[in-house]
Design a protein around this ligand. Sequence first.
Ligand SMILES: Cc1ncc(COP(=O)(O)O)c(C=O)c1O
Length: 393
Amino acid sequence: MKANRFNSWIKENLNQIKQSNLHRELVEISSSMTPEIVINKKIYYQFASNNYLGLTTDAKITNSVISAIKKYGNGTGGSRLVTGTSNLHSKLESDIAKFKKTDDAIVFSSGYLASIGTISSIMNKDDIIFSDELNHACLIDGARLSRSKIVIYKHSNMKDLESKLKKFKTSNGKKMIISDSVFSMDGDIAPLDSIVKLSKKYECISMIDEAHATGILGDTGSGASEMFGVQDKIDICMGTLSKAIGSVGGYIAGSSDLIDYLKNRARSFIFDTSLPAGALTASIRAIKLIERQPSIRDDLNNNIQYIQDFLASSSFNYLKSVTPIIPIVVGDEEKALECSRFLLKNQIYVPAVRPPSVPKGQSRIRVTLMATHKKKHIDKIIKVMENLEKIIN
Ligand SMILES: Cc1ncc(COP(=O)(O)O)c(C=O)c1O
């Protein structure tokens, strides 16, 4: 394409995005990710982070990270199979396996890479993937990359899933069911017990994304699989280290053979520079803290309950959840943007979530809570939302 044709193609597409109220811009934050953040030199109370337990700024973890960087340096200078595996990688992987109660685990540079590398190395064009309609993009993109046939079932609807499984019962290829355990835009929890039962009945591989459940759900915080008591029944348990764990990276937990296979076949593991010591140390320390101090989730759960009580007495169309993700659905994109602007004007940062992150007509503001939000932060958002309620209704 000639340069001027390419430039006008880009401009035209950008205009289309803008006209549909779907244009996104980066918001520059010049502070750490605590409940109070700085944007353009002004302090805002934020309800938008996945740093659910506040561990990105835990002082003890930060001190360990500094020591690790001093010892190991800033980067690893290589992919895992060349020079990029340190004893910290091995330690984190064995800690994750213990945390998830699986034989073994493998760490990728992100949850997204863990998902796409895993699905595409196991499934191929002769196979079928059954996917919840609200799954995160990393599962969707992994399924697309695998070139398998993708069968989408209605959100957490086990009747629909079973009818689709029946339809393809006699097909010869491998079959896989993929689902988030906590859905990122709705905050609800997938029925993992039923998903596991159906996967056994119809001989499917089960793969669950615990991104928003890791550190949050289950008695030891290991995830929704622990909450449902199905840790040993899920074939592939995936998650991220970037949300409640407060660091960066992604993991797959499962059988020793699965992990060995991924080390040999997952392209996003093999052809990618490994995580540096600082990130690994932050994850190792955070998992230890979560396991040893279950009370760390009490403050978060109290905050969730506090805001849920307010919403129950309001006229907002919110989705009830026991997780820190609380969506308030307003409908069209412009209205969601208006709500977000109103909140921002009143010192509250909650971005609008619009397609393609959510289906068209279901744009929303997505409030997320942290254990470190104090009463003053939550009382402030409640007060502002009471005023917002008068405006949008
Ligand atoms: C449900 C879900 N899965 C996976 C990911 C990707 O994880 P990561 O940010 O580590 O790539 C995210 C979000 O980022 C997510 O919300």
